[in-house]
Design a protein around this ligand. Structure first.
Ligand code: HEM
Ligand SMILES: [Cu+2]
Length: 603
């Protein structure tokens, strides 16, 4: 640490950009301030990432368990009983356990992994490094953001161990199932813990998002105008804006739900009969909850995918040694997606009795999203077109992202038409759509980011061979798992059923379900290989010997191999050009810090 910048206080971090002396104070951090309550955005990024990885293993393991039920409904797995106890009596999970597992799988993956783990990690790591700032606008808020996420994690984790089990009403937590404690065993204290955890989670998101926005608006280094920012930063910007505007709506929806549960209110409840007896609740509407939920829920899917889009844009340009195609169009389409994201939520509600006339507007606005999405796809393809591509694991995952984003996005156009969606809603077709376009694509973006920026995080490389195995098995596996689900959905197979074998119409899929479950196990094992590669490489990976291993133009590669708190030991470099001068005027790449030459061509 001795030759790196270590800063004493947040004040200095904030004013560091204007400091002219260098920052060589030999100040020893202790374990707590360096690794636990760290204020350094790079350490906070690692905290988000590692917490996200732990959640991902748990969430994915849950899916393996319920896939065993779906693939082998008649088999018993005694080892399940030793893990889950009475939830898997005799080696077969109970229907209640099944609902608990799918609910927690969805919640964990959507919020804890692909929101906190993905955007939390890379917004934190890259915003200060790529805009040229010593840290976030408020390192303290940033630290709080992680610890609120940690608290949310603890509460969610605790809910797995209560006697009546965790929340089981699906990741969307619709009332009345979630509003009435007596509705099911999974509607009891598990739901309260779920709501409290999610409230803490929203606080974490808001603290993080406001910080990201103010940092990238106010703390860019000299010369870094907005249009010189890498697309990663633009995508983190729009992600944070989406989150700050929509998470509060979700929070209000959750607070009303808590009140319906415990304060005797009827925001979501009306005309409920239990065993022939009417409940006192009058006047509420369960549909109100759906509006509040999807007003976040739809932007949420973009909160998950935009950071992945940004990182893929960056990695594709670096690895094909070409400028990104259509930089301004990329920003424009991010912006358009961001606006439209707020105008389409009711496409999740076509079958709620929504007025078909109103539905028509939601159909139109939903289908409009295909335009900016297609622009982005076109630009990625054009970026790698005739490029001198280096097939690193990061670039493979980026290309894989484009593939899965296309295949999953196309089925969105089907679902966006209400007349088709009425048939496909709540079937496996929807499961196939969103797992390919969101689940797999976002994970691919995240993997691309991890392989690409691992050297910046840990000063070492990950193992390439394991990376290639990881990519190919995951790509092929993901298609083998989710492609067949389209057919099941078109045949009417509903989602969220415990056992299909007693329906003659779905019996035909018994073999297919078995096949899917076997592939799930293989793909899960391969992810464990990735996790091994990640942790092994932190300690034993090949060491970096140069600052800029990928020969990239952006600012993060001008910092020392293991940058200290404050990022640059001396002054923060000045920026003179955009981040995509690759293969220009006969040069492989020109860093953003190099002044424009007298005879240089325009890009
Ligand atoms: C061309 C773009 C897209 C269109 C037109 C579209 C349309 C739709 C529609 C209409 C539904 C509702 C289906 C139903 O429940 O009956 C849906 C579900 C869903 N979509 Fe998309 N989609 C698109 C892209 C995306 C993207 C990019 C993501 C995420 C990154 C995404 C994530 C989801 C999720 C998570 C659900 C299901 C949520 C649930 O019911 O549990 N979609 N999509
Ligand atoms: Cu949506």
């Amino acid at each position: 640490m001795s030759n790196e910048a270590t800063l004493h206080s947040q004040q200095e971090v904030m004013h560091g950009a204007h400091d002219h002396h260098d920052h060589e104070h030999h100040h020893e951090d202790n374990f707590i301030s360096k690794y636990v309550f760290s204020l350094d955005h790079k350490m906070i990024a690692k905290q988000f990432l590692i917490t996200g990885i732990i959640w991902a293993i748990i969430g994915a393991f849950f899916s393996v368990v319920f896939r065993l039920q779906l693939g082998f409904p008649d088999a018993t797995f005694p080892w399940l009983e030793s893990i889950l106890g009475h939830w898997a009596k005799g080696g077969r999970i109970t229907p209640e356990a099944y609902y608990a597992l799918v609910t927690m799988h969805g919640t964990i993956l959507v919020f804890f992994v692909l929101t906190a783990g993905l955007s939390g990690t890379f917004s934190n790591l890259l915003i200060p490094l790529q805009v040229g700032a010593r840290d976030m606008a408020s390192p303290f808020m940033n630290c709080l953001s992680y610890w609120f996420f940690f608290l949310a994690s603890l509460v969610m984790m605790a809910s797995l161990f209560v006697q009546t089990g965790p929340a089981s009403g699906g990741w969307t937590m619709y009332p009345p199932l979630s509003a009435l404690g007596d509705a099911s065993i999974g509607s009891k204290i598990g739901v309260d813990l779920w709501l409290i955890s999610m409230a803490l989670f929203v606080v974490s998101q808001l603290l993080g998002g406001l910080n990201y926005i103010s940092t990238l608006l106010n703390m860019r280094t000299k010369g870094m105008s907005m249009t010189k920012m890498p697309l990663t930063i633009w995508s983190f910007f729009f992600t944070a804006v989406l989150g700050v505007l929509s998470f509060p709506v979700l929070l209000s929806g959750f607070i009303l739900l808590l009140m319906d549960r415990h304060a005797g209110t009827s925001f979501y409840l009306s005309d409920i009969f239990i065993a022939g007896k009417a409940l006192a609740n009058e006047g509420g509407s369960a549909i109100l909850y759906q509006h509040l939920f999807w007003f976040l829920g739809h932007p949420e899917v973009y909160i998950i995918i935009l950071p992945a889009m940004g990182m893929v844009s960056e990695v594709l340009a670096v690895s094909s040694r070409k400028p990104i195609f259509g930089y301004l169009a990329m920003i424009g389409s991010l912006f358009a997606i961001c606006i439209l994201a707020f105008l389409v939520w009711a496409h999740h509600m076509f079958v709620t009795g929504l007025n078909p006339f109103l539905g028509a507007f939601f159909v139109l606005l939903t289908l409009l999203i295909a335009v900016p999405s297609a622009i982005k796809v076109f630009n990625w393809l054009t970026t790698i077109w005739k490029g001198n591509i280096r097939f690193t694991p990061a670039s493979l995952f980026s290309i894989g992202f484009v593939s899965t984003f296309i295949s999953g996005g196309l089925t969105g156009i089907w679902l966006g038409n209400s007349s088709i969606d009425i048939h496909l809603h709540d079937t496996y077709f929807v499961i196939a759509h969103f797992h390919i376009v969101m689940g797999v694509s976002a994970f691919f973006g995240m993997f691309a980011g991890i392989y690409h920026w691992f050297p910046k995080m840990y000063g070492r490389f990950m193992n390439n061979t394991i990376g290639y195995i990881h990519f190919w098995v995951t790509l092929v596996g993901a298609y083998l798992i989710f492609w067949p689900m389209h057919y099941e959905g078109m045949a009417g197979m509903p989602r969220r059923y415990f056992d299909y074998s007693s329906w003659t119409s779905f019996n035909q899929f018994g073999g297919l379900n078995q096949f899917i479950s076997i592939v799930v196990i293989l793909v899960f094992a391969t992810q464990l290989l990735f996790v091994f590669n990640f942790f092994y490489s932190i300690f034993k990976g090949r060491k970096l010997t140069e600052q800029n291993p990928w020969k990239a133009t952006s600012l993060e590669w001008t910092t020392p191999i293991n940058p200290g708190h404050g990022n640059w030991p001396g002054e923060i470099p000045e920026v003179h050009r955009w981040a995509y001068d690759y293969s220009k005027d006969g040069r492989d790449f020109i860093p953003q810090t190099e002044p424009i030459g007298p005879n240089e061509s325009a890009h």
